[in-house]
Design a binder for this molecule. Sequence first.
Ligand code: ADP
Ligand code: ADP
Length: 231
Amino acid sequence: MLLMKNISKVYKTDLVETHALRDFNLSVNEGEFVAVTGPSGSGKTTFLNIAGLLEGFSLGDYFLDGVNISNLSDNKSAAIRNEKIGFIFQGFNLIPDLNLAENVEVPLRYRGFSSQERKRRMTQALEQVGLAARMQHLPSQLSGGQQQRVAIARALAGEPRFLLADEPTGNLDSLMARQVMELLENINQAGTTIIMVTHDVELARRAQRNIQIVDGQVCDFTMFHQQAAKR
Ligand code: ADP
Ligand code: ADP
């Protein structure tokens, strides 16, 4: 479970202080699929980066599976990030001159897995996204939707408990976006908790829970949706 209590994040530059998050409170349970929407500049990426232990925060407490993240050393938080968290980004961030198998395997190399274990995880992850047959292909030989599925496989190969996605369909046409969403739904049903930032209201509505970030704070619309569904 992920629990943020009164998190504030201030970016300071020479002249201005930007409060990217202020008194931000959120709890996400094991197995949830949370879609995050909100205006540009409202703090969505900042939230996701803090949740994924990519950046720190100025005030407040963050507990991930009961561990208080606020007091951890960089090494400790990197270890937790590697073990528990997978990321997907809008730009797929694949390495152009590595084939799909190598792209999926790269992050595993830094985690000290044997080559046999790396191969097992890589094969399984590419099978899960339906691209095992294309293992030897280069990213440039795939469509955008397929490239994003490779990026998802790369995240899955880490066997993360939490999958954090920042606009994962932002570069895709609506058909490919729906396919990527279906894949994420399957991954969620298999037990991975997913938090997805998106501008796509249609996709967001398919998630089990919708929150909006406005001005660095959370508005939770889950209750609203549940009531609307009952009517
Ligand atoms: P969103 O993802 O909702 O567009 P962000 O989390 O990227 O919002 O940004 C929230 C606010 O924090 C914005 O005003 C943005 O300009 C500011 N911000 C984000 N990152 C930085 C940074 N590294 N330095 C200074 N300001 C930043
Ligand atoms: P998005 O809108 O896709 O969430 P942004 O364009 O807000 O992304 O931010 C892209 C990157 O630039 C992020 O890493 C963010 O931290 C950084 N950034 C955003 N706003 C600022 C800013 N005002 N000053 C410095 N860096 C920023």
